[in-house]
Design a binder for this molecule. Structure first.
Ligand SMILES: CC(C)(COP(=O)(O)OP(=O)(O)OC[C@H]1O[C@@H](n2cnc3c(N)ncnc32)[C@H](O)[C@@H]1OP(=O)(O)O)[C@@H](O)C(=O)NCCC(=O)NCCS
Length: 140
């Protein structure tokens, strides 16, 4: 089974299918199309032309947030997710200007923390940082 990786955003249908494959809720179509097209970096994994995994980074060159880290359950446990994350980080790294630095953050789904620790992330809070916070707001 050949797994190929591409620096590409997924097409809309594949994106929706990947989200649904892991039981995630979808957003409205207008938001999802806009969101994937605005990714700063995006990696997809393909097997026989099917997109089986993805992750993307949104940000502004100093700060990035990694989102939509998904491997279709049929293909989990084969190091596809870790390859995607490493490739995403590599792309970000390639574009750091000399003397610059980048801060990459993400919110781990419950129980997935150690997957990210294995990819070199550290869990917060730590001695420098407090806990992460978030707020979800809904359109009328
Ligand atoms: C999390 C996810 C992307 C991992 O992808 P994957 O391709 O199955 O993971 P990999 O095979 O690349 O795993 C890499 C390593 O992390 C470990 N790992 C994977 N999931 C783990 C978990 N939940 N907890 C601890 N370790 C985990 C693997 O055992 C492997 O360890 P090894 O390098 O020592 O062999 C995938 O399980 C997934 O899509 N889950 C559903 C969606 C989700 O929760 N995404 C994360 C949102 S924050």
């Amino acid at each position: 089974m050949d797994i190929e990786y591409f620096n590409e955003i997924p097409d809309y249908e594949s994106y929706v299918n990947l989200r649904l494959s892991v039981g995630w809720k979808i957003f409205c179509k207008e938001q999802m199309e806009k969101a994937i097209s605005r990714s700063c970096y995006s990696i997809i994994a393909k097997i026989d032309d099917e997109i089986v995994g993805m992750a993307r980074a949104v940000g502004d060159s100093m700060y990035y947030t990694i989102v939509d880290v998904i491997v279709n359950p049929k293909y989990q446990g084969q190091h596809i997710g870790s390859n995607i994350i490493q490739r995403l980080i590599h792309e970000i790294e390639l574009n750091i200007p000399k003397g610059g630095r980048v801060l990459i953050s993400l919110i781990a789904a419950s129980g997935k923390e150690d997957f990210y620790v294995k990819q070199g992330f550290s869990i917060i809070p730590d001695e420098e940082s407090g806990p992460g916070l978030r707020k979800i707001i809904y359109g009328e």
